[in-house]
Design a protein around this ligand. Sequence first.
Ligand SMILES: [Zn+2]
Length: 472
Amino acid sequence: MKRTFALVAALTTGMVSIAVAENQPNFSDAPNNPFVVPAQRPQATYRFIDPGLPSLEGEDGVSAAGGVSNVIYLNNCKPNGCAITPGGDSSIANRSSIPDQASTVQPFAYSDAVWQQVVSCVRATYASYGVQIVTDRPASGNYHMAIVAGVPQNVQMQQGVGGVSPFSCGYIHNAISFSFANVYGGNVDDICWTVAQETAHSWGLDHKFDNKDPMTYLQSGPSRKAFQNTSGSCGEYQARACQCGGSTMNSHMDILQTFGSSTPTPPTVNISSPKTGENVPLGFPIRAEVIDDIGASKAELRIDGNLVSTLNNPPWVWNAPASVGQGMHTIKVTGYDISGTPAEASVTITIGAACKTPGDCSSDTDTCVDGRCVPGEGTTGGLGSTCTKNEECKSGQCGMDGAGNGYCVENCNPEMDGCPGNFDCIASGPSGGVCWPGEGDGGGCTTSSDSGGVAFLALGLGALLITRRRKK
Ligand SMILES: [Zn+2]
């Protein structure tokens, strides 16, 4: 028995009310009154269920026990579509108050990659709340089923409807919401916005006149919506009072009151390069990994406690600023998940000890390059050691010449000529150089100035490509 109470939220409000919306005064939750874009977007609506209907809890052998299920099951209806029977809402029984007749929702029309992006976006949108978003049907217990598939006609709704949910101004147990993903042309943010809106309708949220909130009809805000922690008017294309009482709604607080907040799980942060204890050159690269189950939002680099840089997207890679000079330094990377939960990792490195000659260095096997101590010729992987790949060198840099000779090299400044006696600082790029074995080395290289222009072959990922050009 289906008794539809009312169908609200006009789907394609005409230009008149859109124009009105453009002339609305500013609202606290939309300080820059959005320039409303005409509604080309299929809109997500809701349908009141008769509040007088007897509760259907227990009918499927599951008692809601007055509680709220925190499980949201995203169902893409792949591969065969979702068969839905009309009746009182039950996710467990695939029964819904929306269709008039036995219906099949067509499967999600896009790739599994697009599906994964939609799932990630929905998880991100609900990350602050105590919900669990799953993509496999729970074997037991209560759950909301969000169908993310098909077109409105699959459940006898008209073209232009982007989604629909039963609505009762409160949490509906075991509801089924419909987000008609196949009308959005594979646009992940549009599908995600609709799923957020339809699921939230089933726990009592109205449309909000706020272009940043997924409960909005307005297209003018950011493409990726987030539940806003601000009280503001309800409404589609203009502000109105809220269907469930009051003149304002706060989406974030309403959902928080329904589910509570999530238990934040911090991301995992690892600095993969450099490693603690390494001697590194000036301007050394820093590489970090920030891994989170929901998503990483940013990473901050601190050197010796000072914030150097913040990245908002991977890769989490920096070069140390030139102002970070000789000596020991602490490198700290703080990663954040999308809820702002931080985690950090630190390494301590040394930018070669200061020296004028090799005798100034504490280790007998060290030598002095451009005023800093580096592992020298007497050390495995030290400056001038033969090598075939970067990993064999203490400096992490193996240079190769055209004759197949490879030597571990250290960065140097060609203007300073600060390499040890039997090495020359040759240019390896537009601004830097490396110490390369020079006269009498027997390595097949001569350093006479007329050999300029000989190309050194790069070997392996990140190996040096040295264009040999002696300082004259
Ligand atoms: Zn809606």
